[in-house]
Design a protein around this ligand. Structure first.
Ligand SMILES: [Zn+2]
Length: 161
């Protein structure tokens, strides 16, 4: 039954690089954000995590997209919420035994608590008394609920990891 047909070999190759057995595929991440996604998930590769990343791949929906595939890991709702801040168009695919069993777009929460650090040094949340940070989420940015500081760019740099 073996044949050396080229397209068959290409399929096999495609299968190897694209399929994971159990885990999560985060698709339609904005181009260049894949490493921030990994930072949010606390993945730096030092604990032997099995993952593959595609960066700046041509996409229909976005001009360029990133894809992150993490073996053996399903994301918590908290992680998805934070993810939505830097990857609002992302699709989360849960894979079990090579099948996509769940697929959904991320939804931006109205409020995120305890996941971002306020950039305002005199904000009550950055003082010595521990106050949990709280940000309202808008279409194009986030606003600190305590000092009203608005952040529109590089939200990833505020993420507590
Ligand atoms: Zn603040």
């Amino acid at each position: 039954m073996s044949n050396g047909h080229n397209s068959h070999e290409n399929d096999e190759h495609e299968l190897r690089v694209s399929k994971i057995r159990d885990g999560t595929v985060i698709d339609h991440v904005r181009g260049g954000q894949a490493l921030n996604v990994l930072a949010i998930l606390g993945i730096d590769g030092t604990r032997g995590e099995e993952l593959s990343i595609g960066m700046n791949v041509p996409s229909d929906r976005l001009a360029r997209k990133d894809i992150v595939k993490v073996e053996g890991r399903e994301l918590s709702q908290d992680e998805v919420d934070v993810l939505s801040l830097i990857a609002p168009d992302a699709t989360i695919n849960i894979v079990r035994d090579y099948d996509v069993v769940e697929k959904h777009r991320v939804e931006r929460p109205d409020i995120v608590e305890g996941v971002l650090s306020c950039p305002n040094a005199s904000c009550i949340t950055t003082g010595t008394e521990p106050v949990t940070s709280r940000f309202s989420v808008f279409e194009d940015g986030v606003r600190c609920s305590y000092c009203e500081t608005i952040v529109r760019e590089d939200i990833a740099s505020l993420i507590d990891t």
